[in-house]
Design a binder for this molecule. Structure first.
Ligand code: NAD
Length: 304
């Protein structure tokens, strides 16, 4: 397969001063793209700021012969970040919503601030950046968006109620953008990565971290953001050399007559059918309840 290239395209990578974001930014810089390296330069808990993180990555890209500019805005100021791309390069083609912070704490001890800050950076930050890029994508009938979820969002994880809520929110967000963007060739996908970074270095042993290079997440992001990609609205788990697609599964379920005989006791009478995945469906939208309702009305009253 020929090398995937991004010549003439502009990529905005948020939180590109380190970890995964830096790996994406340097890759795109080496494949012909104009790169906006955004990073607020704070701590992994979202405290402080500095221009150094973004500057170091821009220097690296430029020294290697690539084109990059720095942006130090908070992702909550998405317009300013996209503006940097337009002013420096005249366009925006690819947005990688990657910036993130952690405020891990057991739910019992979680403060409103821990909740609000994590939700703001991940969810509102991704929204503000995508919202600012969207009119450009629509006008040029082209765009690629990656949002960064997490296994914690898909499956839950101790001490991460705030982070899990934020990360799963990005899945729903991206699924909707995928539906709205399709006719303009704006393709939007979610990744749930795992990689060694300052976020994971305190919770994983060194030998495990060695097996989780951020650069091993990059090729999937490269494929999903390339003009040849056709996937949209998908979720991929990626890391340590493994890439897998995740999708929703719906049980065939039970049909109840929808009338006053639909009591809790009636629900329990078919509880096994509700929870039985032996005849699964893989939905991309809600069940067709009008069709199900018609079927339900043909049934006799439910047994309690
Ligand atoms: P990281 O801490 O190295 O990178 C995050 C970057 O985002 C930092 O450079 C930080 O300065 C920047 N940032 C934070 N808040 C910002 C804001 N408000 N505005 C602009 N920049 C901001 O961590 P990472 O592991 O590379 O994480 C990248 C993304 O991947 C995050 O969204 C994270 O939640 C997600 N993720 C990582 C893992 C993993 O295993 N590393 C697993 C699941 C999800």
């Amino acid at each position: 397969m020929s090398e995937l290239r991004y010549d003439g395209q502009t990529v905005v990578v948020t939180g590109a001063g380190g970890g995964l974001g830096k790996a994406y930014a340097t890759f795109f810089g080496s494949r012909g793209a104009n790169v906006v390296v955004n990073d607020l330069g704070g701590s992994f808990k979202g405290e402080g700021k500095s221009s150094k993180a973004a500057d170091v990555v821009v220097d690296e890209i430029v020294k290697a012969g690539g084109k990059a500019v720095a942006n130090y805005d908070n992702v909550l100021d998405g317009e300013a970040i996209i503006d940097t791309a337009i002013k420096a390069f005249g366009r925006i083609d690819i947005l990688i919503n990657n910036a993130g912070i952690l405020r891990d704490v057991s739910f019992k001890n979680m403060s409103d601030q821990d909740w609000d800050l994590v939700l703001a950076v991940h969810v509102r930050g991704a929204y503000k950046c995508a919202r600012a890029a969207w009119p450009h994508f629509r006008k040029q009938k082209y765009g690629r968006v990656i949002s960064t979820a997490s296994a914690a969002g898909l499956f839950g994880n101790f001490g991460q109620a705030n982070y899990s809520a934020a990360k799963l929110a990005l899945v729903g967000f991206t699924e909707t953008l995928a539906k709205e963007g399709l006719k303009y060739d704006i393709l939007c996908n979610t990744i749930a990565p795992i990689a060694a970074s300052r976020m994971t270095e305190t919770i994983m042993p060194p030998d495990v971290l060695k097996a989780l290079q951020p650069s091993w997440v990059v090729p999937l992001v490269a494929v999903l953001t390339h003009k040849s990609n056709t996937e949209t609205g998908a979720i991929y788990e990626v890391g340590g050399g493994h890439i897998a697609k995740i999708r929703w599964e719906r049980s065939k379920g039970a049909i109840y007559r929808a009338d006053s005989s639909l009591t809790p006791g009636a629900v329990l009478s078919k509880w096994n059918e509700v929870n039985d995945f032996s005849e699964p469906e893989y939905p991309t939208g809600p069940a067709n309840f009008m069709e199900l309702l018609e079927e339900a009305q043909k049934l006799p009253p439910n047994k309690p």
